[in-house]
Ligand binder design. Sequence first.
Ligand code: ZN
Length: 425
Amino acid sequence: MSVGQDMYKLCEKMFPYCRSITGDGVRQTVEALKEVQPKIKVYEVPSGEKSFDWTVPKEWRIRDAWIKNSKGEKIVDFKKTNLHVVGYSIPVDKKVSLAELKQYLYTEPNQPDVIPYVTSYYKERFGFCMTQNQYDNLPEDTYHIYIDSELFDGSLTYGELVIPGETEEEIFFSTYFCHPSMANDQLSGLALSAYLSKYVESKDKRRYTYRFIYVPETIGSLTYLSRENHLEHMKKNVIAGWNLSCVGDDRTYSMVSTRYGNTLTDKVTKNVLSFIYPEYKCYSFLKRGSDERQYNAPGVDLPICGFSRSKYGEFPEYHTSKDNLDFISSAGLFGAYNVMVECIEAMEHNHRYKIKCYGEPQLGKRGLYPTISHKGGYDEVTAMMNFITYADGTNDIVDISDIMGVPVRDLVKVAEKLRENGLVE
Ligand code: ZN
């Protein structure tokens, strides 16, 4: 549980930073992540660089923004919440009538008490966001609108961490940091990734190499894949991976399948979730929305699933001021951490086993029968015999877990005992 509390504290720390797809808010966020995981390497990619079909945009910097009424009172203040400004707004400083002001205002009419999250990355404009309630009560007046921002040739920031294992085969984790002050839709993924990397690092035996990346959504994952030989390297080595998004609430668990839903990642995620939270939601790739889009695109074809608690777009607080620190919890974050740790362990222990004798082996002469008593939630002798029955060389341990309805973690102990006794290979 203390890991959950640490993750929550990290979210609290990062919450106020004004992030976007580029800029100092992202750099502050990476610095906060590095306090937890100092080995994250930070890269800067210049504006204008090509990322497949896209181009790294200009960097956005914002210092202040507000709307004042004719009495000089700030009725909207960026310093109170950065959601008040449309992301990537260009500067403005002018007096406007109420009718003109309304052209620049964005609200969420269906949820009158939330400030929506709005961006305009690829078209230069400016705008403000407020609650529908505030909008409806704006009096006729002359308003002063002010945004102190700039768009300039700067760079896109991303973070990368590779933790080597015994083999070059890789497990990949991606998460993103381009949203301003929202907790579930995005800070939760960052905290989970940072603490998972510490878990991986603390393992004394690692079969796989682990790659963690921290990128702005879409343009960042595309930039990462297109740089150096990342795509080629990952296509060769990545055997499973997850895009972590919205992993901090405690309503449900969800996954987004890969494009055809037929990879090892799909199988392992479903297996683990079926024991931890059988009512989990499995969304088809048609319901994709985060960076699993890029990783599963034709030609990229990486086996990457989306992993969420309440998935983006499926909870009412999504992309609003209500996705705040009250919406996530240390228990919610810890639940997601636990699922990913189980997925990592299932991967690390996933082998194909084959029984070495014909017919049922005689467990008694090996001391495996009489000494085993009935304990726990299932009968260990039955588990052993069932495991042997399906250890025909075609099933991996996750398949056998699915067939038997016993978690991989428990079967690993059974398999180990049988292997020590020379019964399976
Ligand atoms: Zn989002």
